[in-house]
Design a protein. Structure first.
Length: 267
């Protein structure tokens, strides 16, 4: 089994003090998007895993502790040729839009990959990973997570319209998760999915940006049904409504406790 590492050079420099340098396999540039050269992630081979893997994990943990974007995105294990692995991972950087076209897909970023585990079905995740036998990444809440690949992965990777929308919401879901973790809240396993449901609901009210983020957080910590409360509905349905986040920021803790208690009847 050969060890590889996906590195995001745009987030910083790969530094492995005291360990041999990793071997440069190449940049993950999709064949149909050559213009991405110079901005795509890099794939390296860790030929001396006993020395290199601890150093790679240490840098990833150091970046997480500093609150900086990850340089070490994933540590992979595969028994396939490096050229095949590189070609597969590069091809997955383009996410087919169920409607038309394709968009750039930063699936390798641990802040994205962590959410793909609940968005995608097992067979889809297997198709995404392809020839990867094991995929390890540093989760901001759970620490190091290792995922086993499929024994016979599908060659084709496709997602539904609903999954595509969920993928586009990952960035704001992750922002909400970090706010909850920063406030000392414990993160339940289903919290990202709950936040996504609240974001989808908030979009139906025409919310976006800071208002949408605030709405999702309230749906997660107050009540999933808080938007049915008369006081909240008044804000959301006002003809010339002021920004949601700005309006509800004036409410007290006692106000929110009352809304949470009274929203039980809307389940």
């Amino acid at each position: 089994m050969i060890h590889y590492v996906i590195v995001e050079p745009l987030n910083g420099k790969l530094e492995l003090p005291g360990a041999p340098p990793v071997y440069d396999v190449g940049e993950l540039v999709p064949e149909t998007r050559p213009e991405l050269e110079g901005t795509a992630p890099m794939l390296y081979c860790a030929e001396h895993p006993d020395e290199q893997l601890p150093a790679l994990r240490e840098q990833a943990e150091r970046d997480r502790a500093a609150g900086t974007p990850p340089v070490i995105c994933a540590i992979l294990e595969s028994d396939k040729a490096s050229t095949r692995l590189r070609r597969h991972l590069a091809s997955r950087l383009l996410l087919p839009n169920p409607t038309e076209g394709a968009s750039l897909f930063r699936f390798y970023d641990p802040r994205v990959f962590a959410h793909l585990r609940w968005i995608l079905k097992p067979e889809q995740l297997g198709a995404l990973m392809g020839p990867v036998t094991r995929w390890s990444y540093l989760d901001s809440a759970a620490g190091w997570v290792r995922l086993e690949g499929a024994k016979a992965p599908n060659e084709e990777f496709a997602i539904t319209k609903e999954q595509y929308k969920q993928v586009t919401r990952i960035e704001i879901i992750e922002r909400a998760v970090q706010i909850l973790l920063g406030s000392g809240s414990s993160l339940e396993p289903g919290m990202p999915s709950l936040l996504d449901a609240q974001l989808a609901k908030g979009e139906t009210y025409g919310l976006c940006g800071a208002d949408l983020l605030a709405f999702a957080l309230h749906g997660a910590v107050v009540s999933p049904y808080f938007d049915r409360h008369p006081r909240v509905r008044t804000v959301l349905q006002a003809p010339d409504k002021a920004p949601y986040a700005e309006t509800v920021a004036r409410w007290t803790q006692r106000d929110w406790e009352a809304i949470a208690h009274e929203s039980i009847q809307y389940q």
